[in-house]
Ligand binder design. Structure first.
Ligand code: GTP
Ligand code: SPV
Ligand code: MN
Length: 595
């Protein structure tokens, strides 16, 4: 078999997989550009990748129409006791689940090459980083992992020296019979898809999907679900958060970490270009933060990823110019539309809609077509280092000290533009009760309001009630060095269904208010739900916004908030006796304030 590393656990694991999955051959990845180019060329030759002549070294993939997003219904946290997975996760007994999956894995790589990908989440060799090894039969996954994680032959040396790793097994679940022609995007039917996590043994088994978080196992599976369980055991945090550095005109730096659910604005905020003069924003990460209390007693965050897997639709030079500049070259596009001159296009990219396109399903498309040209969850994969506003400290193993936490979501009504938590417990309550309208980042209904605590409902690898407790414990550990907590909603709408707030770069105005709160430069008015900006404190200079829109954005409708209470109560009841009493107390206090 010819292993690339002298690591007993690794070689035994690989042997077992070969025995079970029966690939035609094994390839040990080294993460080099030659490797990437070779694999991409093969996919172009096979017809699964399209060369984009307008963008150097960039390619377009079209997935099977059934394989376009994460599959939360098919995602499992498999702990020996069901109670340990908690009410927000799908659970199956590990013995039962492994049996079912072994059945599916049996011979599943026949006719295909099995790739072994050694990768690091976080800079290679940094004390906070974790090593993973993903085994996959998808060359698309290999190329994406090259960008989203640090893939390198150096990791084989570390493994040979006895370093620990997290095994990540992935198969698209589509064996090829002798002489059978391959599909352009092979995958398994939905009922055979399994995205399984065994947090008690730091193990990931994924079957049947080639898309995003289902298949690039370093991302949601390792860096969030497995890492969140490790973080709780070891006293740190793994969160679904962007990280940014904001610098004010005096040169004072603020580090902000914000948790919004999938497709609710993390990438956009992380790369924002402030509209307010003299302020600067730099990106450290756009999706995941790993945070530890440092020697200075503050919370330090790193971005464990190496690239962006960003939502394409809605991205334009008007909304997110830094993302547009990030994706000029060396990009993998998935489920975008193809223009006649060999570029990609998606809804919202340009004011002028092209007269003809090939849509994400490979069909001719014109502006008269009824369906969207790009899938709403179409994505780009690009290196973080290509982002023009990437922070010079983004790979610093010591991380950056967090000053501000932001929670939020997509709420067309009720929730104001911004408010601040009264204190840590109240902030944890805001995170724990966060709600958002569902998006196409998951396969399922779009636009349904659901509780998505800390934007972690799909990503918490253990009992959510214990996760709340962990947040409270971290607050105790941080004491007066804890970040201040805010809540935002960029998505409130008018009765006519228009966004009231311009969003994007104008969100800098809201961040500025937060920084001024920290400095004690501005006060705030105490309301039932939290601390709101005083009139005139939110910097709206140069912004053309109707005063009635501003009023609506800041309005607190006590009746609507009272109407939220039964749903929050039901949500909390789910956690039974694992719900911390301090959160029950917060709910009681909210009830009293609302009267
Ligand atoms: P994931 O990668 O799924 O975790 O998503 P994300 O949280 O990074 O969301 P992203 O920044 O990609 O934004 C998702 C969608 O929301 C895009 O279509 C954006 O154009 C849109 N969006 C982001 N920020 C704003 C905003 O401030 N206002 C409005 N109206 N839309 C926004
Ligand atoms: C998300 O859904 O939050 C994403 C995209 O970041 S995926 O990697 O597919 O999970
Ligand atoms: Mn995400």
């Amino acid at each position: 078999m010819g292993s690339a590393a002298k690591n007993e656990k690794l070689n035994k694991w690989i042997e077992e997989i070969v025995e079970m999955c029966r690939p035609d051959g094994i390839y040990w990845c080294d993460g080099t550009k030659e490797e990437y180019d070779r694999m991409m060329a093969k996919m172009v030759e096979a017809g699964s990748a399209t060369v984009l002549v307008k963008r150097p070294n960039s390619f377009l993939f079209r997935t099977d129409p059934s394989d376009v997003a994460r599959v939360e219904d098919r995602t499992f946290i498999s702990t020996s006791s069901k109670d340990d997975a908690g009410p927000t996760n799908n659970w199956l007994d590990p013995v039962v689940l492994k049996n079912t999956m072994r059945g599916l894995y049996q011979g599943c790589m026949k006719g295909r090459t099995m790739y072994v990908i050694p990768f690091s989440m976080g800079p290679i060799g940094s004390p906070i980083s974790k090593i993973g090894v993903e085994v996959t039969d998808s060359p698309y996954v290999v190329c994406n992992m090259h960008m989203m994680t640090r893939v390198s032959a150096r990791i084989y040396e570390m493994l040979s020296a006895g370093e620990e790793f997290i095994p990540c097994l992935h198969s698209i679940g589509a064996p090829l019979a002798e002489g059978q022609k391959d599909a352009l995007w092979p995958c398994a039917p939905i009922e055979n898809k399994y995205i399984s996590h065994f947090p008690e043994e730091n193990l990931i088994w994924s079957y049947g999907s080639g898309y995003g978080g289902n298949a690039l196992l370093g991302k949601k599976c390792l860096a969030l679900r497995i890492a969140s369980a490790m973080a709780r055991r070891e006293g740190w945090m793994a969160e679904h958060m962007l990280i940014l550095r904001l610098t004010n005109p005096q040169g004072r730096q603020y580090h902000i970490a914000a948790a919004f659910p999938s497709a609710c604005g993390k990438t956009n905020l992380a790369m924002m270009r402030p509209t307010i003069p003299g302020w600067k924003c730099e990106c450290i990460g756009d999706d995941i933060a790993w945070m530890k209390i440092g020697p200075d007693g503050r919370l330090h965050a790193i971005n464990p990823e190496n690239g962006f897997f960003g939502v394409a639709p809605g991205t334009s030079y008007g909304t997110n110019p830094m993302a547009m500049d990030t994706v000029r070259e060396n990009v993998i596009f998935t489920n975008c539309a193809l223009t006649d001159d060999g570029d990609v296009w998606w809804e919202g990219m340009t004011d002028e809609v092209p007269g003809h396109l090939i849509d994400w399903k490979g069909r001719d498309w014109t502006p008269d077509s009824r369906e969207e040209a790009a899938h709403p969850n179409a994505r780009f994969t690009a290196l973080a280092s290509q982002c023009p506003v990437i922070c010079k400290d983004w790979e610093n193993p010591a991380g950056v000290p967090i000053d501000i936490f932001i929670f939020g979501g997509r709420r067309s009504s009720v929730v104001p533009l911004v408010f601040e938590a009264f204190n840590w417990d109240h902030g944890v309550f805001l995170g724990a009760t966060a709600a958002s309208e569902t998006t196409s980042a998951n396969i399922g209904a779009v636009g349904n309001l659901r509780r998505d605590p800390f934007a972690m409902k799909p990503f918490c690898g253990y009992h959510m009630g214990e996760y709340f407790r962990h947040w409270l414990d971290m607050g105790e550990g941080l004491g007066d060095k804890a970040p201040r907590i805010f809540y935002v909603n960029w998505f409130r709408k008018s009765p006519e269904g228009m966004f009231l707030w311009p969003g994007f770069s104008d969100n800098s105005r809201v961040l500025k208010w937060m920084c001024e709160r920290i400095e004690g430069k501005v006060g705030a008015r105490k309301t039932e739900i939290g601390l709101l900006p005083n009139d005139g404190d939110l910097d709206l200079s140069g912004l053309d916004i109707a005063p009635e829109n501003m009023n609506e954005l800041m309005r607190i409708d006590s009746r609507a908030w009272r109407a939220e209470l039964p749903d929050i109560e039901r949500h909390f009841e789910e956690f039974g006796d694992r719900l911390p009493g301090r959160l029950k107390k917060q709910l009681q206090e909210l009830r009293e304030r609302l009267g």
